[in-house]
Design a protein around this ligand. Structure first.
Ligand SMILES: [Mg+2]
Ligand SMILES: [Zn+2]
Length: 161
């Protein structure tokens, strides 16, 4: 079985703006992210992003813009030798359509667990909204709730100690 760190995106990996992150120029990777992910990588965790991107359904931005941000992120982390295992996203918004993948629903975490053979009891979710934590708890993954843009390296050290 593998162990994983599940991470929310906005406010955990890149700067939460208080609005949708719509384009590449909005996408600012937080300064502590490389150090934190490196620690997890060195301790054998898979790194899996689970993000609600309901702005796609609301036509605030498109998948093309989102994929540009994710390509940038993968490249940015790749320069430090860090590889994200998978980025899962929910493009839906309840104003437009109901779905099973928007956090706090746990479908995307369940998909990751099945695809990568993850043991939930050895895995953790870091998020800046209660719905992130609830998403993990629904499948037995312990959560750490941070403030948006908070440095979570101390949590990474605690998990890896
Ligand atoms: Mg967030
Ligand atoms: Zn969805």
């Amino acid at each position: 079985m593998n162990k994983a760190i599940f991470l929310d995106r906005d406010g955990v990996i890149n700067k939460e703006l208080g609005d949708y992150v719509k384009k590449l120029s909005d996408f600012e990777v937080l300064a502590h992210v490389v150090e934190g992910l490196q620690l997890f990588k060195d301790n054998g965790f898979l790194l899996i992003v689970i993000t609600n991107q309901g702005g796609i359904s609301k036509l605030e931005y498109g998948r093309t813009e989102m994929h540009a941000m994710h390509s940038y992120l993968k490249n940015y982390l790749g320069n430090s030798g860090i590889e994200l295992t998978h980025i899962y996203y929910c493009p839906h918004h309840p104003n437009q359509s109901k779905c099973l993948c928007r956090k706090p629903a746990s479908l995307l975490v369940e998909k990751a667990i099945a695809k990568y053979g993850i043991d939930p009891t050895q895995s953790y979710f870091i998020g800046d909204k209660q719905r992130d934590i609830d998403c993990g708890l629904a499948v037995g993954v312990q959560g750490f709730l941070i403030a948006p843009n908070e440095n979570w390296v101390p949590i990474a050290k605690q998990i890896c100690s």
